[in-house]
Design a protein around this ligand. Structure first.
Ligand code: NDP
Length: 328
């Protein structure tokens, strides 16, 4: 059998971590033939809780789980990492300005980028989940100059999955009938879920829906504000669905997208679709052989253009703010 793959997870004792680690241990991150070694990073106060989760993982007797190590030092946690899931972040608290939030996260993602640069494996793949995910990924990437930039991504797969589910529900079809959904821009309320290129059972999704009012007043806000709706209903933020999307993101990146389909990932822009180079922005991407590629040549109408530009403008502002803080 294969040698174990080292998977580093930060914020391992948190809500998302709790849902995520069991899915990884069961083989759903990389596939049913790939053993994994977990390297958990937590802040010192949360190491004990991470140890508790590790005990439960042990009790799962997962055949693919080849070991668990727990760290409070990023240098150690990322040593030899093949896959890194950066989940722990500083959440925005009441009254906190965006600048303060970005600065607090700079204190987390700068040293993590440096640690990835110093010690991760040659084939390291990084997914940032902790918010503001796109800009946190940019900070980590900017502090890992020796790692190829395409290894740094951020998660919009949950938005992609939410959009797919909402569209399937509207049309009364199965989610597996929906192909080529796209999330553009930032993982924030400005994100743009685009159904103009999506297909439902082989037909164009926007034509199948044929309802611009639903699109603008129902679909887009429902997808963009789903996180808040879940907090309202559950009394806690979404965790299992975010973990599930992180699994999907990495699984697709490693194992590829299906023929005739694509996925959404926030990746460093090469200038495609007018998104300034270097911003970590969500695009339609195909994956093959462990590499992603932005889908080219899609026609963007005026409505979509406005929505994409608005979300990308927010990313540019965030980049400007972290530049001023000396984080990138
Ligand atoms: P969660 O596990 O619920 O969330 C972790 C991060 O994921 C947050 O930044 C959250 O953003 C983000 N996130 C992204 N997408 C979603 C989504 N769809 N739904 C919900 N969250 C999403 O947070 P907890 O507070 O339970 O746990 C965080 C853990 O991280 C703690 O154990 C803490 O100790 C640890 N931590 C570790 C660090 C490290 O390893 N160096 C650094 C900082 C924290 P949002 O807040 O916007 O919801």
């Amino acid at each position: 059998t294969q040698a174990p793959v080292n998977v580093t997870v930060t914020g391992a004792a948190g809500q998302i971590g709790y849902a995520l680690l069991f899915r990884i241990a069961s083989g759903q991150l990389l596939g049913a033939d790939t053993p994994v070694k977990l390297r958990l990073l937590e802040i010192p106060q949360a190491v004990k809780a991470a140890e508790g989760t590790a005990m439960e993982l042990e009790d799962g007797a997962f055949p693919l789980l080849a070991g668990i190590d727990i760290f409070d030092d990023p240098k150690q946690a990322f040593a030899g990492a093949n896959v890194a899931l950066l989940v722990g972040a500083r959440p925005r608290t009441k009254g906190m300005e965006r600048g303060d939030l970005l600065e607090a996260n700079g204190g987390i993602f700068k040293p993590q980028g440096e640690a990835i640069n110093a010690g991760a494996a040659e084939d390291i793949k990084v997914l940032v989940v902790g918010n503001p995910a796109n800009t946190n990924s940019l900070i980590a990437r900017s502090n890992a100059p020796d790692v190829p930039i395409e290894r740094f991504t951020a998660m919009t797969r949950l938005d992609h999955n939410r959009a797919t589910a909402q569209l399937a529900k509207k049309l009364g079809v199965s989610v597996s009938d929906v192909k080529k959904m796209t999330i553009w821009g930032n993982h924030s309320a400005t994100q743009y879920p685009d159904i103009f290129h999506a297909e439902v059972a082989g037909k164009n999704a926007a034509e199948a829906v044929n309802d611009q009012k639903w699109l603008e007043e129902d679909f887009i806000p429902t997808v963009a504000k789903r996180g808040a709706a879940i907090i309202e209903a559950r009394g806690a933020s979404s965790a299992a669905s975010a973990a599930s999307a992180a699994i999907d993101h990495v699984y697709t990146w490693v194992n590829g997208t299906a023929e005739g389909d694509w996925t959404s990932m926030a990746v460093p822009s090469d200038g495609s679709y007018g998104v300034p180079e270097g911003l970590i922005s969500s695009f339609p991407v195909t994956c093959r052989g462990g590499k992603w590629e932005i889908v080219q040549g899609l026609e963007i109408d005026e409505f979509s253009r406005g929505k994409i530009d608005a979300s990308v403008a927010e990313l540019s502002e965030e980049r400007e703010a972290v530049r001023k803080l000396g984080l990138v």
